[in-house]
Write a protein that binds this ligand. Structure first.
Ligand code: PLP
Length: 371
């Protein structure tokens, strides 16, 4: 049987499908006319009820919220919005970072450059040096349980990144799909919240229901300063008008009924033992090679010392029925893992302790042979 250290999708047990189906049935039988009609047009920023619920969830004014088809579309619209007339098309991102985001930024003309990620967030000395050379259109960060590394940016670094945004005049894009999945410790403050107290700092926050309710609903959103939701609405109206009214209403009712909160608790309970087992086995079998102890989310990651190439390592692992994602794909083109190492993302969310242990033990044997 193959051990899949590959995609970061929620395990089926983390999606409350029956409860969502029940909510959907009620909506379909009580208000079919509304959900099967177009949403209102003219700077439509999303279903009113859903924006109210998201506003309450994040303690922000619902007028600052713009609803999208998953946060991937938020990334796409924001890249279009921020890069269109920007004096610089430079985009700074954590290295490693979410590979799809890099592809989206590049499609909109962004020149994506990596700033090394440490166990507690961006390397700020390198970030400052890069900012002195060229001020980017924006800096993209995934501050909680980062995909692919599992790293959470410390409170101190968050404050400094927000301060730098004000000093140099760049926008921060913060992407937080895993934030609610914390198993240990307390959550550092959102960069978007920190920016409220810093004159001139500008943060756009992207959220998603994919990891806390269902990815199939395709509900994501942006929390933005006033003015931005209207600009995004203009972009949306020229392509797809609005996300599906039915799915937005389902999402709104999932918040209202308490299902989202309940499911977050259930997912934390489900994933915590998988996280603990993963942290322990990585330390025991591979040694001190993890980038961090994640304390939440889906991923633990390693810089594995090897003497072969990444291709050879992945091929050898595949021959032993271990499926891995190419770690170098998570690095923007101008950056790479430390010399002599291969970066590997090891998602633990779908693997029971035994399967994860078997995979990591097999990987260690492959790495020994390859080394
Ligand atoms: C960091 C990050 N951003 C965005 C997404 C996309 O999520 P969505 O399903 O909301 O489009 C993912 C999905 O894995 C992700 O890891």
């Amino acid at each position: 049987m193959t051990v899949h250290f590959s995609r970061g999708i929620p395990p089926l047990e983390a999606i409350p499908s029956l409860a969502i189906a029940e909510l959907t049935g009620t909506i379909l039988s009580t208000e079919p006319d509304r959900v099967f009609q177009y949403a209102p047009i003219g700077h439509h920023t999303g279903d009113r009820e859903l924006r109210d619920q998201l506003g309450a969830f994040h303690s922000v004014d619902p007028d600052r919220i713009f609803v999208t088809n998953g946060s991937l579309q938020a990334l796409d619209l924001l890249a279009a919005h921020l890069l269109k007339d920007a004096p610089s098309h430079l985009v700074l991102a954590e290295a490693p970072t979410y590979d799809r985001a890099v592809q989206i930024f590049e499609r909109h003309g962004g020149r994506v450059s990596g700033v090394p990620l440490r166990h507690d967030g961006l390397d700020l000395d390198i970030l400052r040096e890069r900012l002195r050379t060229e001020v980017p259109a924006f800096v993209y960060v995934i501050p909680d349980f980062q995909n692919p590394s599992g790293v959470t940016t410390s409170e101190e670094k968050r404050r400094e990144i927000v301060r730098l945004s004000a000093e140099f005049g760049f926008t921060i894009l913060e992407d937080i799909p895993y934030r609610e999945l914390r198993f240990d410790g307390t959550a550092p403050t959102l960069l978007g919240e920190l920016a409220d107290g810093v004159d001139g700092a500008r943060v756009l926050t992207m959220g998603s229901l994919s990891k806390i309710l269902s990815p199939g609903l395709r509900v994501g959103y942006v929390i933005a300063p006033p003015g931005v939701p209207r600009a995004l609405a203009a972009l949306a109206e020229s392509t797809y008008l609005s996300p599906a009214p039915l799915l937005q209403t389902v999402a709104a009712r999932a918040f209202e009924s308490g299902l989202v909160r309940q499911n977050i608790e259930a997912v934390r309970k489900l994933l915590r033992p998988r996280h603990d087992a993963a942290v322990e086995v990585v330390r025991k079998v591979l040694g001190d090679v993890a980038l961090c102890v994640p304390e939440g989310g889906y991923y633990i990651s390693v810089h594995l010392p090897v003497r072969t190439t990444e291709e050879e390592l992945l091929a050898a692992a595949s021959a032993e029925s271990i499926a891995l994602t190419r770690g170098s794909a998570f690095y923007p083109a101008d950056s790479a893992p430390p010399a002599g190492t291969v970066f590997l993302r090891l998602p633990f969310q779908s693997l029971g302790g035994e399967e994860f242990t078997a995979g990591v033990t097999g990987l260690a044997a492959v790495a020994r042979q390859a080394g």
